[in-house]
Design a protein around this ligand. Structure first.
Ligand SMILES: CSC[C@@H](O)[C@@H](O)C(=O)COP(=O)(O)O
Ligand SMILES: [Zn+2]
Length: 224
């Protein structure tokens, strides 16, 4: 059984994962989290050596085809020359996949994450407290929980950005437990597999919207 699975996976060259990421793109695009070619998604195909299937740069995430992906190695380079150009943000994906052992990494561009990352930039994190939906984050067992999601200054220099984040992760920064928001840019989150990573996007985007709408209603930002 396991031998059959291995043979099929290599023959398909990640075809099942391509289809799964394309479906996620359609759904995230429909929810306005991945419009205008924004976002990038990746899934680990092989761990040793690392082989990551990632969206090609500049593609419409609502309409990804089977060829709109690239297999990259640990340094973010395409494993074969005929593939399209990988996402401009590939180095963040490879760092997260290799350093945290994540099985999938998803990046979205929602309006609420963009606004909150600006509003709470000085605090360095968005604080989320008291919501049942927090239990959708791996390991959280009760709504009586406070989670801070890091806000990181945006940059076009992915090498420096990934090194800074890598350092913070090595130091055990608790605000990076589930993801981070690049300021005025978007959310990065991950999971042990694609299902968990996608759940984290849905949960965090729900919570950002709840926090944002709560503030718009001029309600206090914390529970009482
Ligand atoms: C709409 S531009 C957004 C990009 O600059 C970038 O942030 C992004 O998320 C997608 O880049 P890509 O290179 O297609 O993976
Ligand atoms: Zn982006």
């Amino acid at each position: 059984m396991s031998q059959t699975t291995t043979v099929m996976a290599s023959e398909l060259d990640g075809e099942a994962q391509r289809l799964a990421l394309a479906e996620i793109g359609q759904q995230f695009h429909a929810r306005t989290w991945s419009v205008g070619t924004s976002s990038n998604y990746s899934v680990v195909l092989d761990r040793d050596p690392l082989r990551l299937l990632i969206t090609a740069s500049g593609k419409d995430k609502g309409n990804l085809g089977i060829d709109d992906f690239v297999i990259v190695d640990e340094s973010g380079q395409a494993t074969t020359p005929t593939q399209p150009k990988p996402s401009a943000e590939t180095l963040l994906h490879t760092m997260i996949a290799s350093q945290l052992g994540a099985g999938a990494v998803l990046h979205t561009h929602s309006v609420w994450a963009t606004l909150l990352s600006d509003l709470f930039a000085e605090e360095g994190a968005v604080m989320i407290e008291g919501y049942e939906m927090l239990k959708g984050l791996e390991g959280i067992k009760t709504h009586e929980h406070r989670e801070r999601i890091a806000i990181v200054e945006n940059s076009q220099d992915m090498r420096t950005l990934s090194e800074e984040l890598s350092q913070r992760l090595r130091e055990g920064d608790e605000t990076l437990r589930y993801g981070f928001i690049l300021r005025r840019h978007g959310l990065y989150t991950w999971g042990k597999d694609l299902f968990a990573a996608r759940r984290h996007v849905e949960i965090l985007e729900f919570l950002f919207e709840a926090v944002g709408r709560r503030l718009s209603l001029s309600l206090p930002s914390t529970v009482s």
